[in-house]
Write a protein that binds this ligand. Structure first.
Ligand code: BES
Ligand code: MN
Ligand code: ZN
Length: 494
């Protein structure tokens, strides 16, 4: 698909979508069309034939006195109250409607809608990302694919003012969307195909595609030599070899310490010998969304050629039960030397991340952000709207909160108070890998914090945001938190 900006006069457009407010107020483009058609739109609205409820859509075809073939009305709700979420809803509903008609090109006259506290370039960028989100399909494994007729989308700008800033926003929106698509495709691929070796191949392909990205991969024998006892324990029940993938993106001064991203890449999480129930196991192909996010974010920052140095670490492992698998009460020695008593083999994410965090020290990073579908508890706490965060460095937490607001890919901070550390005491080892039901997301964060003492660190728990798992027929990866992380890098590159 192709997305671009246009400043063509409304009179010249053939297929377009325009916004209408609930109380009958027309957006600027709607006003123009109303004039051209001698009150066609205001007549429809006066008679309450179209109520303009938020996200409501209605097609009008070949309105008289115009060159228009297809005019889509979309309701914008009450004027002056539209939120970022409302704006995205309008675009999603418009795309849904457009996908039902066999039209190749469509112009979006929606950047002119007021969104509280947001600029025109922001609206352009969100419009691009939401359009890509709306047309996304994952039909690789469907024998009958639904055709997509829509090929070209233009975002209409009523004036030339801020054109350059909008062009930049367009460019960013496209790069972020390409990153999001990469992340979604990898995440949606099932674990019989998306194995640790498969993720390693995808990472290699990404490094090949971008000159600034280099890669090296550790095999299990390398990890044994290093002493990655925590990661290897998780892998030992699986027929798939673990892969430890290290990417480097270099596009700033050598002296500039890198920002490191670490992704949890459990290609399937059965729970291991602490086996999950069948209901809880569906959706666990998504347990590598952190890894997919690292790749998607690297793709986007490379496409944008951001002047930053970044490291991407992916711990790709399958968590299986069985005779060779690790067990509750096993004691592991991590790469850091700290020992861990396994209480649940289903708390495997923190084990692989512990060794990845320690390994990361060799890059002397300024900042480390790990991304992981780590706990069911974060879904209980925050649902699917916000990513849970803990951090050992308030300025980093604040930067991520801000990037979340800007990208509308939001995070919420949980406390990492010392009191919670008590819950992961073990009578036999330096720590236990679980801390009971209470504050499960925080105690997981406490566990990780013990391996993140040498740098500024934030942990993003994306169990509720990286994929939609409500109901078996509605599962789908979201590509989050790629927009958040790209925004964070954009802010750092400034
Ligand atoms: N991958 C899961 C977390 C998860 C749950 C992600 C639901 C997405 C949706 C993780 O490995 C896990 O199993 N966590 C356990 C931890 C517990 C044993 C301390 C959990 O949340 O139940
Ligand atoms: Mn688990
Ligand atoms: Zn897991």
């Amino acid at each position: 698909m192709n997305v671009d900006l246009t400043t063509s006069p409304v009179e010249a457009l053939k297929s377009l979508v325009i916004g209408i407010y609930e109380e009958g107020e027309l957006t600027p483009t709607a006003k123009k069309i109303d004039k051209l058609t001698h009150g066609y739109l205001s007549n429809i609205i006066e008679k309450n034939m179209f109520q303009a409820k938020l996200g409501q859509t209605h097609f009008l075809f070949y309105p008289a006195e115009t060159k228009i073939e297809c005019l889509l009305l979309v309701g914008c709700g009450k004027p002056d109250t539209l939120s970022a979420t409302g704006f995205r809803k309008i675009i999603i509903q418009a795309i849904k409607a457009i996908m039902t008609v066999k039209i190749k090109q469509f112009t979006f006259c929606l950047a002119e809608i007021e969104v509280k506290g947001r600029s025109l370039p922001w609206k352009v960028k969100q419009c691009v990302e939401t359009v890509y989100q709306g047309v996304y399909q994952f039909d690789l494994f469907k024998t009958e694919k639904e055709p997509i007729y829509l090929k070209d989308i233009s975002i209409h700008l009523a004036q030339n003012k801020q054109f350059d800033a909008c062009k930049e926003a367009l460019h960013q929106g496209i790069a972020i969307s390409n990153g999001v698509i990469l992340t979604k495709n990898l995440a949606n691929t099932p674990s019989n195909i998306c194995t640790p070796a498969f993720i390693a191949e995808q990472a290699k392909a990404l490094a090949k595609q971008h000159e600034q990205i280099s890669i090296h991969i550790l095999e299990e024998k390398d990890m044994e030599k290093l002493g990655m006892g925590a990661l290897l324990a998780v892998s030992q029940g699986s027929a798939q070899e673990a892969k430890f993938i290290c990417l480097e993106y270099k596009n700033a001064k050598k002296s500039q310490a890198p920002i490191a991203l670490i992704g949890k890449g459990i290609t399937f999480d059965t729970g291991g010998n602490s086996l999950k129930s069948p209901d809880n196991m569906v959706g666990m192909k998504y347990d590598m969304c952190g890894a997919a996010t690292v790749l998607g974010t690297f793709h986007a920052i490379a496409e944008l050629k951001l002047s930053v140095n970044a490291v991407g670490i992916i711990a790709a492992v399958e968590n299986m039960p069985g005779g060779t698998a690790y067990k509750p009460e096993d004691i592991l020695t991590s790469l850091s030397g700290q020992t861990i008593e396994v209480i649940s083999t289903d708390a495997e994410g923190r084990l692989v991340l512990a060794d990845a965090l320690t390994y990361c020290e060799r890059y002397q990073p300024e900042t480390v952000i790990d991304i992981a579908t780590l706990t069911g508890a974060v879904v209980v706490a925050l649902g699917t709207h916000a990513t849970g965060m803990v951090s050992n460095y308030p300025p980093l937490a604040n930067a991520l909160l801000k990037a979340g607001e800007e990208s509308h890919d939001r995070v919420w901070e949980l406390p990492l108070w010392d009191e919670y550390q008590e819950q992961i005491k073990s009578p036999f080892a330096d720590m236990a890998n679980t801390g009971g039901r209470a504050a499960g997301s925080i105690t997981a964060g406490c566990f990780l914090s013990r391996f993140a003492k040498k740098f500024h660190w934030a942990h993003l728990d994306v169990a509720g945001t990286a994929a939609m798992m409500m109901g078996t027929s509605e599962r789908m990866a979201t590509g989050r938190p790629v927009p958040l992380l790209v925004q964070y890098f954009l802010d750092q590159g400034k």
